[in-house]
Design a binder for this molecule. Structure first.
Ligand SMILES: C[S@@+](CC[C@H](N)C(=O)[O-])C[C@H]1O[C@@H](n2cnc3c(N)ncnc32)[C@H](O)[C@@H]1O
Length: 382
């Protein structure tokens, strides 16, 4: 099977988590850059990575990389590729453009030049004057960085955070990919209790259930590359069949999601049902401020994304929640706590400095992931 240079695009700061996932899938020789990981692989690897990676944003094929300081260089560099290897007759091939620190900064011009060079190449090979683009979608991107043009082909379609289970959302939902990364960065594992006391759409407990059951996150969605008749189509079915065999139906899980809003809890339940993990999670309508002081379990892991209190009229509510978080921490010292917020008053209000604080982006919002490591749970009796 043909080999490609595969780009696994990640959110900034998620490269190490995604790299760990790829190593666990058996991939080696990974080239890690800002916001992406590159490897050589086949189309079957593209299917595997698409279906299995929990923290990647999308999978692309790198098609060409060359220096281009002028539009002539961009045109000529694009022309060197045999585009009919990628775009079949009837294939639609839109081109997006990005430019950072490069002489070619007009996105619309970069996009037009690359599209023109591709079209000329295809017309020449096919001996046609006009290209029909009514068929499958092949979305390309030319990305200029420090005067180097990189042309890629997207294989994912909708971003990989769209697992297919979250058709309904509560307020300010967190991306599924980010929730999976935050769980990975915590000391939670499938033998431990996880509680998100402000769970909104249920993303944390649902992602934790998928991880614990070893359910591949892309099992219940499709990818744009599956519609490409000029690439192997059997790889997707094969990978899905294999992934289904690997589901762990046996492990007993302790996953809890609370929210004070009854409608939000109903949404979380629908999402969990769509993800096939409703029976694994206890969703309950509860007010965080009324929890405790002692929680009913020891050695639990709390992971949550509470309101940030960005609006002035919501600031006091957020501070109250952070204070309560601090109280729960001192009343339940065997627990580990993880909280994501953009509110810089969080540690002050909670009254405790975190063991580690990690900078992240929740969409465009600059946030911190506060981590408080509790003691390890005692070993279970055999
Ligand atoms: C930022 S959203 C959480 C989003 C969630 N991680 C998701 O992916 O959908 C914050 C949630 O906290 C809930 N909330 C706010 N105050 C609460 C309280 N006192 N008790 C319980 N839930 C609360 C809100 O209803 C909202 O669903």
């Amino acid at each position: 099977m043909e080999n490609y240079r595969i780009i696994v695009a990640t959110a900034f700061g998620m490269e190490a988590t995604c790299k760990r996932e790829m190593l666990a899938l058996g991939y080696e020789k990974l080239q890690v850059e800002n916001g992406r990981i590159e490897i050589d692989g086949s189309f079957a690897d593209i299917a595997k990575l698409s279906i299995w990676l929990r923290t990647a944003e999308r999978i692309k094929i790198k098609i060409a990389e060359f220096r281009a300081e002028t539009f002539t260089e961009l045109f000529d560099g694009t022309r060197t590729v045999n585009w009919s290897d990628f775009v079949p007759k009837g294939g639609a091939f839109p081109v997006d453009a990005k430019s950072v620190k490069s002489k070619l900064f007009s996105l619309s011009d970069c996009q037009k030049i690359v599209k023109k060079a591709m079209a000329e190449s295809l017309k020449e090979v096919r001996n046609e004057d006009w290209l029909d683009e009514s068929g499958s979608l092949y979305r390309f991107e030319v990305s200029m960085l420090n005067d180097i043009a990189t042309i890629t082909l997207d294989t994912s379609g909708p971003g990989l955070h769209k697992r297919g289970y979250r058709k309904l959302v509560g307020s300010a939902p967190i991306k599924e990919t980010m929730a999976a990364a935050m769980i990975d960065l915590s000391y939670w594992n499938k033998d431990r209790l996880l509680l998100d006391p402000m769970c909104g759409s249920g993303t944390f407990p649902i992602e934790a259930a998928l991880i614990a059951r070893n359910i591949a996150p892309g099992l219940n969605r499709t990818f744009t590359a599956e519609t490409w008749g000029n690439f192997p189509v059997d790889v997707w079915k094969k990978e899905r069949t294999e992934a289904k065999k690997q589901i762990d139906f046996d492990t007993e899980l302790q996953l809890y999601g609370y929210d004070y809003d009854p409608e939000t809890i109903e949404i979380a339940k629908i999402n969990a049902d769509d993800a096939g993990v409703l029976e694994d999670i206890v969703f309950e309508q509860k007010d965080f401020l009324a929890l405790g002081p002692k929680l009913p379990w020891d050695y639990g892991v709390m992971i949550t994304n509470p309101p940030y209190g960005e609006r002035i009229d919501k600031r006091d509510e957020a501070i109250q929640i952070y204070r309560k978080f601090g109280e729960l921490m001192s009343d339940n010292p065997t627990w580990s706590y993880y909280l994501l917020t953009s509110n810089e008053d969080f540690e002050g209000a909670a009254g405790k400095k975190s063991d580690r604080k990690r900078k992240m982006f929740n969409g465009n919002i600059r946030v911190d992931y506060y981590q408080y490591y509790g003691p390890r749970p005692p070993r279970k009796e055999q």
